[in-house]
Design a protein around this ligand. Structure first.
Ligand code: HEM
Length: 177
């Protein structure tokens, strides 16, 4: 959806796929080289993190500033709000700008540890590298075979429960290249 409404990024990502894959099925080496696609995926996961919150239980009494956090309490961190914080990402925090990730996650914002699409610490997503590979393969195949734009049927409605997802799916108009 973000590539459909940002055709310049769709073109950049497609050119990179064509240059690296040369019409072949993407392999592990090719996936590693896809810098533009990585930036696009990180920025999409910043704006629309599929799992927008994580929880942790305190094993002992803790105090954060003037907030008491007794043993056994579950603390829920809504990183969706962190991903849109203008103090962290700048005044364009609401915009799709994959170039923020040109120098990886560490160079993307003021406090890179708040870029949390896969969570953090000991419970960080076990499948994150697998998920990134899957996304790069899927997007490479889509980009090399189709151009896409937003369908007139698209209805913007996001549902936030344990996951963050489009209520009515994502209707796109696909054209075979
Ligand atoms: C874009 C895709 C994905 C996203 C955004 C995502 C995100 C997350 C997040 C936010 C957590 C919680 C981390 C935390 O509590 O700090 C998590 C945990 C986990 N994810 Fe994913 N995930 C994705 C794909 C996958 C895939 C493909 C697999 C398996 C093949 C996977 C396996 C797991 C497992 C096993 C955990 C629990 C880790 C633990 O508690 O030790 N995830 N994921």
């Amino acid at each position: 959806m973000l590539l459909a409404i940002n055709p310049e990024w769709q073109t950049r990502a497609r050119e990179e796929v064509q240059e690296i894959c040369q019409g072949q099925m993407p392999d592990a080496d090719m996936i590693q080289k896809k810098k533009v696609l990585t930036m696009v995926i990180y920025e999409s996961l910043r704006l629309y993190p599929p799992a927008p919150l994580i929880s942790r239980e305190s094993f002992e009494d803790l105090k954060f500033g003037n907030i008491n956090n007794p043993k056994g309490l579950n603390v829920w961190t809504m990183f969706l709000t962190l991903h849109y914080d203008q103090d962290i990402w700048g005044p364009d925090a609401h915009d799709f700008k994959p170039e923020r990730f040109a120098n990886g996650i560490s160079g993307s914002c003021k406090h890179p540890h708040v870029s949390l699409p896969f969570g953090a610490s000991a419970c960080i997503c076990l499948g994150q590298h697998f998920a990134m590979s899957e996304l790069k393969i899927l997007l490479s195949l889509l980009l090399s075979n189709f151009s896409f734009s937003l369908s007139p049927k698209y209805r913007d409605s996001l549902v936030l429960t344990v996951t963050f997802r489009p209520e009515h799916g994502v209707n796109l108009t696909m054209r075979k290249l």
